[in-house]
Design a protein around this ligand. Structure first.
Ligand SMILES: Cc1cc2nc3c(=O)[nH]c(=O)nc-3n(C[C@H](O)[C@H](O)[C@H](O)COP(=O)(O)OP(=O)(O)OC[C@H]3O[C@@H](n4cnc5c(N)ncnc54)[C@H](O)[C@@H]3O)c2cc1C
Length: 454
């Protein structure tokens, strides 16, 4: 036996939501599994992503609701305080950024945990600090993504924030510039504004949430502006410097100054760092390509952000189930992303599933669009303050089914559940029209939008 080599059934590289799920389930199934993690078991979602950001959003939402009392339910005076938010993130979400519970959970399932940065050296072997872990059955790559930092002159030399510093912050700055108007940038912008921070959000594309229906970006820009945010779209940052404050020069010559700068311009995979060339993958690729069974090549599977099928925890978990079944040789349904749901947890929430109207037209579909404005629905009207949003359905006229939908509004992410089922199950539009929608719910707006399909 070579003391610099360990042979097991399965090696899992990266123990975020995807890798942790694969590794734990395969260990429970009786395979010998080594799980390798350079940072914290659980990955981005519990420590710097979904969970702490949604705790911030919950707190910010409470402030906004309290401020909506005047004119509807009396009067209110609100004093925002970041301290309980930071304390809750530290104590309840991240255990002070300690993964002992998660490591123990994996070990209790029979797994072997290795803390370190791994690198593929062949399609069956991962090396960590000179030790080789060889898999007789499967290598699973689940190394996720990190914040992408754009090559703006000057930026690299400044102490900018990514989502990591944003989540770890014990106090908030007086002012912040947020570069990037996608889901993460928009969510944090609204949190900061509601806690009294002077926020400017800059998006290079012509609207916020560029991946969503155009109306979602414009409604959100109006809401954020009404909450005191300066929204700049269609303009990129061309230079950054820091002299105690951040100075961001925009492509139109304007200069922005703020105490902090948050970079929220997307996520990137690191194929060079994981040694993707050792399994014949171009390290310059944007993701690790997988087939519908999550296979990269013989003996290698990948799950999660790294596969490029949507940087969401629910994608990692969905793929994990398929990869586990495939590795165990069990029957399973191949991956299908046609009904992939996404939620931006701003207020109003923006939920969407499947294709936008533009994407459906590009795909050659004979598109029908139906739309209902949330403030014009019974529930939206009585909800009154904070009722912005719309429900938009994208249908394939020929097949008579929905291929996409957006539900923006209060609880837009929850309304999305019904729409996701309709797209996933290819429910005939006539079937959707024949069902009973409880009065007066937000989801009843779907019936109104169905009536407008044309
Ligand atoms: C601010 C923010 C908010 C988000 N909110 C949501 C949300 O509301 N809903 C949602 O669904 N998703 C959300 N996401 C996305 C979600 O966090 C990711 O999609 C999810 O964490 C991806 O899981 P993963 O397993 O692919 O990878 P990751 O969570 O990125 O984990 C990968 C792990 O691999 C480790 N690793 C990397 N390279 C190596 C190596 N060479 N050796 C050993 N270990 C390595 C890393 O340290 C990391 O722990 C959010 C993300 C952010 C940043």
């Amino acid at each position: 036996m070579n003391e610099n080599e360990t042979t097991v059934d399965v090696v899992v590289l990266g123990m975020g939501p995807g890798g942790e799920d694969v590794a734990g389930n395969l260990a429970e199934a009786g395979l010998s599994v080594v799980g390798i993690e350079a940072g914290l078991v659980g990955g981005e979602c519990p420590y710097w992503g979904c969970i702490p950001s949604k705790m911030m959003i919950r707190a910010a939402h409470l402030l906004a609701e309290a401020r909506r009392i005047p004119g509807v339910a009396g009067s209110s005076s609100v004093t925002a305080d970041w301290e309980p938010v930071a304390a809750r993130i530290r104590a309840e979400a991240t255990d002070n950024w300690n993964d002992k519970v998660a490591v123990d959970r994996f070990v209790d399932k029979g797994g072997t945990f290795v803390r370190g940065r791994g690198r593929l050296v062949s399609s069956d072997t991962v090396e960590v600090d000179g030790h080789k872990y060889r898999a007789t059955h499967a290598v699973v790559v689940a190394t996720g993504t990190t914040a992408a930092v754009p090559p703006i002159p000057g930026l690299a030399d400044t102490p900018f924030w990514t989502n990591r510093e944003a989540v770890e912050a014990e106090t908030l700055p007086a002012s912040i510039i947020v570069l990037g108007g996608g889901a993460i940038g928009a969510e944090l912008t609204q949190v900061y504004a509601r806690f009294g921070v002077d926020v400017t959000i800059v998006e290079a594309m012509d609207r916020l949430l560029p991946l969503e229906e155009p109306e979602a970006g414009s409604v959100l820009a109006e809401v954020l502006t009404s909450e005191g945010v300066t929204v700049i779209t269609g303009t990129a940052a061309s230079n950054v410097s820091h002299d105690g404050s951040f100075h961001v020069t925009l492509s139109d010559g304007r200069e922005l100054v703020a105490e902090e700068l948050l970079i929220a311009t997307g996520r990137r995979v690191d194929l060079v760092g994981i040694g993707a060339d050792a399994i014949g993958v171009d390290p310059a690729a944007r993701s690790l390509a997988v087939d519908a069974h999550l296979r990269v090549t013989d003996g290698v599977w990948a799950v999660g952000d790294i596969t490029g099928h949507g940087a969401f925890t629910h994608v990692a978990m969905y793929q994990s189930k398929i990869a586990i079944a495939d590795i165990l040789g069990k029957p399973h349904t191949p991956a299908d992303y046609a009904a992939l749901p996404r939620v931006t947890f701003t207020d109003p929430e923006v939920g969407s599933v499947g294709m936008s109207a533009a994407a459906a037209r590009e795909a050659g579909i004979d598109v029908m669009v139906g739309r209902a404005e949330v403030p014009s629905t019974a529930r939206g009207w009585l909800h009154k303050t904070g009722n912005e949003g719309f429900i938009q359905l994208v249908a394939d006229r020929k097949r008579g089914v929905l291929v996409g939908a957006t539900s923006m509004g209060p609880n837009g992410g929850e309304v999305l559940g019904l729409l996701t089922l309709a797209v996933h199950a290819r429910t005939p539009i006539e079937e959707l029209r024949s069902m009973i929608y409880a009065y007066p719910t937000f989801h009843r707006g779907i019936e109104d939008a169905l009536g407008q399909l044309a």
